[in-house]
Design a binder for this molecule. Structure first.
Ligand SMILES: Cc1cc2nc3c(=O)[nH]c(=O)nc-3n(C[C@H](O)[C@H](O)[C@H](O)COP(=O)(O)OP(=O)(O)OC[C@H]3O[C@@H](n4cnc5c(N)ncnc54)[C@H](O)[C@@H]3O)c2cc1C
Length: 562
């Protein structure tokens, strides 16, 4: 893997741990994978080269889907509590600069208002308030990673080894050996595991050793991200408080995120072709954006690059990839980490199935078949959002001029920006993904709803996300699920004893969930719906199958793909 070490460090090579799954990379995806594996009772070790969480916030939008998983692990409330105050207005301003003009504004209800609305609005399938228990959670990725680390500390199945770097792995017939390097002690050690998952980000050593390349469009744009404190900033401009400001003048192009009540901010500045991130005068750029001098304390500065890349394979055999190691995004839309966490949740139960013996030879390969198209879909959508946003950040002083021509320019721009509201409301992307070609979902012949980036159609069609339903004010359908497969039965008189007996024989985890609320009957119109451990629908019908063996063979990968 191209690591050059001093030759004598191998003298200190020691074997340390044996685990079921070794996860290289303790970012949001690696930590989430470990938590989901523990949820399934599978042991894992996460190795992370950084001793501590990166304090510089990158992601801010934790999608409703991700929050649904986090709710199952009992950490969703901690994330909400660590996030942007729920009463903060969810406003978005597109402005020429912070001393210039408002070109467009989108005002959404605050989290508190949404919660009230949700509780007082009758259920309807096309009302987005009922699509998930969460709209989204605005919280810095640094907070997410810390909460995930704290959560792993409470799990006997998960172990985090930070401050050590994975340098290479050796694949054997029945296990993997991974070589680690501790840069402080110069000690090399090895971990043996049944499986290895590279969650080691864009420069993944695991992907490189697998010989897997990214495909797509790289280097769409370079940015520098400035994390700073400026308690006077919110009052120093003429616009109202907002979640995000998008300055459109080409001298200020980028976006400004407020993390709290106006004290902490991140300004992501798009670099010009000849600009280098470490030469950017951050205070001058913030002052120019604001058009006024206020006290500013810079906390950290980091560069990042927008890409639209997906790995040509998500792995095979004992070695797999998830998260940024498998796909690299433009942050527009907020899909990167969220897509990675869904990778982790798809992969975790399949690893469990194979480790416990009820998973067949094609269960793990279905991970690549299901998740890689979603990686390509989501990177492509993020790229389109990036290109649209970049296209409205090309104008200069005309944005603030007083003239008929400038009025026309602003009107045209505003029309474009109305369309760009999709940057903020991407329910279709986040909830409406589907595993069209999955070999482990059993198609029922019903028509596929449109895959629309903004619109989500709750459907229990196989291959789609099992729709969420509130059962009471505070209990969701997912809260009734056990860990493993769940068979939703909306008609308790349908006999499922054969299905259950076959599952018991195979020692695979299955629970029957009898629910017949009117809402459930609407989104789960079949008497039986089999929900996979990753909250995706595997099969549905009005009667139990004639041969339960065939059904279980199919959904657990016991077949050959010709
Ligand atoms: C400005 C910005 C804003 C974003 N906003 C959003 C958003 O709102 N929503 C969203 O969903 N996504 C967003 N993203 C994307 C998101 O940050 C990434 O998709 C996410 O961090 C991917 O998580 P990961 O765990 O796969 O990779 P990473 O976060 O890159 O973590 C990989 C980890 O692996 C470790 N590592 C690497 N190599 C080794 C090794 N050899 N041995 C041990 N450890 C190793 C690294 O130290 C790192 O901690 C944003 C990204 C940026 C840059």
């Amino acid at each position: 893997m191209g690591e050059s070490h001093s030759p004598f460090i191998n003298l200190y090579c020691i074997y340390v741990i044996d685990t079921q799954v070794l996860i290289v990379g303790g970012g949001s995806v690696g930590l989430s994978l470990s938590a989901e594996l523990a949820h399934h009772g599978v042991t894992s070790v996460v190795v992370e080269e950084q001793p501590n969480v990166n304090p510089h916030p990158r992601a801010n939008a934790i999608a409703c889907r991700t929050m649904e998983y986090y709710r199952r692990w009992g950490i969703a409330d901690s994330l909400v509590a660590a996030g942007i105050p729920p009463e903060n207005p969810a406003d978005y301003y597109w402005v020429s600069s912070l001393s210039g003009r408002e070109i467009h504004r989108l005002s959404l209800p605050s989290q508190t208002q949404l919660e009230t609305l949700r509780r007082t609005t009758e259920f309807s399938i096309d009302n987005r308030l009922h699509w998930s228990a969460y709209i989204k959670c605005n919280v810095g990725q640094n907070e997410v990673d810390q909460i995930l680390r704290d959560h792993l500390d409470t799990l006997s199945q998960s172990q985090l080894k930070s401050g050590v770097r994975a340098v290479r792995y050796i694949e054997h017939d029945d296990h993997i050996e991974t070589v680690l390097f501790d840069p402080v002690t110069s000690v090399e050690s090895k971990i043996t595991s049944k499986f290895l998952v590279g969650c080691d980000g864009g420069r993944s050593v695991i992907r490189n050793q697998l010989g897997i390349a990214y495909e797509g469009d790289g280097d769409l744009a370079q940015f520098v991200s400035v994390y700073f404190r400026a308690p006077e900033l919110m009052a120093a401009h003429p616009f109202g408080p907002a979640n995000i400001y998008f300055p459109l003048h080409h001298d200020h192009a980028g976006y400004l995120i407020n993390w709290d009540h106006g004290e902490s901010w991140t300004y992501h500045i798009q670099l010009k072709a000849n600009e280098s991130w470490d030469e950017v005068d951050a205070i001058a750029r913030i002052t120019n954006l604001l058009g006024a001098e206020i006290p500013i304390t810079i906390e950290s500065i980091q560069p990042w690059t927008a890409h639209a890349l997906t790995a040509s394979s998500f792995g095979s055999g004992r070695v797999w990839l998830a998260g940024d190691a498998a796909h690299l995004f433009s942050p527009t839309g907020g899909f990167g980490m969220n897509t990675g966490v869904s990778d982790a949740v798809d992969l975790a139960w399949k690893l469990r199935g194979v480790i416990e013996g009820w998973g067949g030879p094609n269960l793990l390969p279905s991970y690549d078949i299901e998740r890689r198209p979603i990686g390509s879909r989501n990177t492509q959508l993020a790229k389109e959002l990036y290109e649209r946003l970049a296209s409205v950040m090309e104008l200069g002083d005309i944005l603030d001029e007083e003239s008929a021509e400038a009025d026309q320019v602003r009107m045209t721009l505003k029309a474009d920006l109305v369309e760009q509201e999709s940057l903020i409301a991407s329910f279709g992307v986040l909830l409406g993904y589907r595993y069209t070609n999955s070999p482990i979902c059993i198609a029922d012949g019903t028509p596929e709803p449109e895959d629309h980036p903004q619109m989500y159609v709750p459907t229990s069609r196989p291959g789609h996300r099992a729709p969420h339903i509130w059962l009471t004010e505070d209990e969701t359908l997912y809260d009734r699920f056990s860990v493993g497969f769940n068979l939703i039965r909306t008609n308790p008189s349908v006999d499922v004893s054969d299905l259950v007996a076959e599952a018991t024989k195979r020692e695979l985890p299955l629970a029957i969930v009898d629910i017949d609320t009117p809402e459930t009957q609407i989104v789960y119109p079949c008497a039986l719906t089999l929900v996979r451990p990753d909250l995706m629908v595997a099969w549905r019908a009005n009667l139990a199958p004639t041969t339960s063996e065939d059904l279980w063979d199919k959904v657990t990968g016991h077949f050959s793909i010709s």
